[in-house]
Design a binder for this molecule. Structure first.
Ligand code: NAD
Length: 260
């Protein structure tokens, strides 16, 4: 399987270098597409159309806008697409548009979190009553363009955890595009954007990025607590995220048994 990687930052750079080093048997790097002023010296760089032509699978690790701009062309060319910027799917038109664009398949990365398999099973059993995800990050990583000066000041000078926003997953994932992809992933897993409540908490002392997922329904009660080391390159991203992508590529290429 030839894999093109869209984005060469904290996620795409790790994925591309691992593929180039042969870390996923059966998968090879076709090239990377990026928007930095300088090309990475150690990786083959392509433009988006050459990447789509060269690849069987395009992995989007480049941001919400890149998914909107390039995702449909991938699927239209009959190539598979693995989406990491799942927060872009808060736009209700985007996933149906990707799925209808052509014969390529659309895969959604589990990204920085786990437990989505069990949440999907619980949703399939029916009667999920409550699903909540609470994300806690270092305060500076949560500053957003839409915040006014007072909110920014409150955020960066806080000496204790501050809940910044709580609301429906769609609203929170859209408000924190680099930090609440996980809220979108939970909503997509349970198949109900309106059921999932999300909250984002800034913690000046957080050495880890925490995601607590709680669900209740006829299947029982489920609680997952994830405490991820942040990426040094891009602290809004958890360092484990590229390894979730590599695991997904390995699953797609595998002919052996896979836990699903
Ligand atoms: N699903 C999850 O759990 C999860 C977790 C962390 C991050 N993310 C998302 O993954 C994406 C990448 O995160 P990151 O930490 O690697 O970001 P990053 O800022 O470290 O790197 C982004 C890369 O994308 C490139 N880029 C930007 N626009 C592009 C375009 N239009 N075409 C091609 N390349 C482009 C940049 O040049 C850069 O190389 C973000 O959207 C982020 O929100 C998802």
């Amino acid at each position: 399987m030839k894999v093109a990687v869209l984005g060469c930052g904290a996620i795409g750079g790790v994925v591309a270098r691992a593929l180039a080093a042969g870390a996923v048997p059966g998968a090879a790097l076709a090239g990377v597409v990026h928007r930095e002023p300088v090309d990475p010296p150690d990786l083959p760089v392509l433009d988006a159309s050459a990447a789509i032509a060269a690849a069987d699978l395009v992995v989007e690790c480049a941001g919400h806008r890149a998914l909107v701009e390039t995702g449909p062309a991938v699927v239209a060319a009959g190539k598979d697409l693995l989406v990491v910027s799942v927060g872009a799917l808060t736009d209700p038109a985007l996933l149906p548009a990707l799925e209808r664009a052509g014969s390529g398949r659309v895969h959604l990365s589990t990204g920085a979190i786990g437990g989505l398999d069990l949440l999907r099973a619980a949703a399939a059993m029916g009667g999920l009553r409550r699903v909540r995800i609470t994300t806690t990050k270092r305060a500076p990583a949560l500053v957003q363009d839409w915040m006014d000066d007072a909110e920014r000041a409150r955020l960066v000078s806080a000496t204790a955890p501050v809940e910044l926003r709580r609301g429906p997953a769609r609203e929170i994932a859209a408000a924190f595009p680099k930090s609440a992809n996980v809220a979108a992933a939970v909503a997509l897993a349970v198949g109900d954007w309106d059921l999932v409540e999300a909250a984002v908490v800034a913690d000046p002392a957080a050495a880890r990025t925490a995601h607590v997922i709680e669900a209740e329904g006829v299947a029982g009660e489920h609680r997952f607590e994830i405490r991820n080391a942040p990426s040094e390159e891009t602290p809004t991203t958890s360092a484990v995220t590229p390894y979730a992508v590599l695991r997904a590529i390995g699953d797609l290429v595998s002919t052996g048994a896979v836990i699903r």
